[in-house]
Ligand binder design. Structure first.
Ligand SMILES: [Zn+2]
Length: 448
């Protein structure tokens, strides 16, 4: 069992080959690809069942329709059995069997004949991407519809069509899964990703497969400082539901969190700050992402995934989002072109390494808090004229810098970077301040 600390691996070649986890993740995504996921329903359950093959004792939760979760209510459960559109010629021109994206997610059941003019209101295509089937949802507004390429839509002839969506939309439950790997401490690293999009690769499957690979990697490392909590939820309503049931525990114990989304393509590495941006994991993620060739840093103003709930006022978990190319900023996003050619073993490996490097650094970081309010009087402790480093003035300045930033949120490495001094110099002075009782170690982000 090797130590978890000190692995800096983004883009690094390893003895196991360039993509030791990448191929595993891509293969797992291929298995999950055909399942018809939505906010709720059997596609989610089947997905979680496959993930559970790799996560011992994965705990599945079912939350009944109608349960109040913060300002929302758990919706009806949707299950889609079959869907097709028959042209006036009798030909089946849209068939769910060809793509899960063909049906508007949460469509009401329908079996009716209608003229092309009336049908048009139920069709969705994207003139900007004429060869892509757009992905459309209508969870809370009851409609039905089909999605198709603009190219196909342009060929539709006038006449009577038959639209069939064989689905159920009725009370059931919202399904999510939770997996906990205990560490030395009860403080938790929280990892959230979503399982609610049908056959979409980057903006869906990349998250769960990177999460599973991380879990497998963490299991191998028995000397973990932190406890790791993974959740696999439907996006938005899932994070609302999870938070509404676990808020006190999360606020008490979570010291770092990650939302994993769009993390398997080969684009640039991206990090989205937590709402308040100053948490320990914010500083680490920034440092890790800045090591990559074209780093992208987004603020909370650019939010769009479950960070909307995890970092909302009053919740404010120290949670960041890690991505390759951010949702909404690649042309394949929310279309049938977001597929397993767009997501690759190399892309997934890079995404995995990004999170792994952040976790490794977090596990290896130490945080301190000053024990007095205001600047302590160094002279009466003999700390004003001692000299381990360079000059007395430099050393006093560095000592006061350390005291000024020992707020529980700046690690030794953060300070070294901020003060532009070697980490070892900080460590020497921190030891001395600890001996004099002017600093105490605290959990990350848990200073006064
Ligand atoms: Zn989405």
């Amino acid at each position: 069992m090797s130590a978890i600390v000190g692995l800096v691996t983004i883009g690094a070649e390893t003895p196991m080959g360039a993509f030791p986890q990448g191929q595993f993740m891509h293969d797992l995504a291929k298995r999950l690809w055909p399942l018809n996921r939505s906010l709720t329903g059997d596609g989610v359950r089947q997905t979680l069942s496959i993930l559970g093959e790799h996560l011992p004792d994965l705990h599945i939760h079912e939350v009944p329709t109608g349960e109040q979760v913060f300002d929302w209510v758990v919706p009806n459960e949707w299950n889609l059995k079959d869907a097709y559109l028959i042209a006036p010629t009798g030909e089946k021109i849209i068939d769910l069997a060809n793509s899960n994206v063909h049906v508007v997610s949460y469509s009401e059941p329908v079996d009716r004949e209608l003229e092309l003019d009336d049908l048009q209101a139920h069709l969705h295509s994207d003139p900007e991407l004429p060869d892509a089937i757009p992905y459309v949802t209508s969870y809370y507004n009851p409609i039905w519809g089909f999605c198709l390429t603009q190219q196909q839509r342009d060929t539709l002839e006038p006449g009577t069509y038959r639209a069939v969506i064989d689905a159920t939309l009725e009370p059931g439950s919202l399904t999510y899964a939770e997996w906990v790997l205990p560490g030395e401490s009860e403080q938790e690293v929280f990892i959230s990703t979503y399982v609610c999009h049908p056959s979409l690769a980057n903006n869906e499957l990349s998250g769960p497969v990177v999460a599973v690979a991380l879990a497998k990697w963490l299991i191998e490392h028995t000397n973990r400082k932190f406890t790791y909590r993974f959740v696999f939820i439907p996006e938005s309503i899932g994070s609302i539901t999870y938070l509404s049931r676990n808020l006190d525990h999360l606020k008490e114990n979570v010291v770092a969190g990650f939302n994993l989304t769009c993390i398997g393509d080969e684009g640039d590495y991206s990090y989205m700050q937590s709402r308040l941006a100053g948490s320990p994991i914010d500083r680490i993620a920034k440092r890790v992402v800045m090591r990559t060739p074209q780093p992208k840093i987004y603020t909370y103003v650019d939010r769009g995934s479950d960070e909307r709930n995890y970092c909302a006022p009053g919740i404010d978990l120290p949670l960041i989002s890690l991505m390759r190319t951010k949702y909404g900023s690649y042309r394949e996003y929310h279309t049938s072109l977001d597929n397993l050619e767009f997501v690759t073993p190399a892309g997934l490996q890079g995404g995995f390494d990004l999170v792994k490097d952040c976790i490794s650094e977090f596990e290896g970081s130490t945080y301190y808090q000053t024990t007095v309010l205001g600047e302590p009087q160094l002279g009466k402790r003999g700390l004003y004229h001692t000299m381990h480093l360079r000059t007395v003035a430099e050393e006093v300045l560095l000592r006061t810098h350390i005291l000024a930033y020992s707020d529980g949120s700046h690690s030794v490495q953060d300070m070294a970077e901020l003060f532009e001094r070697p980490q070892q110099e900080i460590e020497i002075l921190v030891s001395e301040l600890l001996e004099h009782g002017l600093l105490v170690e605290v959990p990350p982000g848990k200073g006064n």
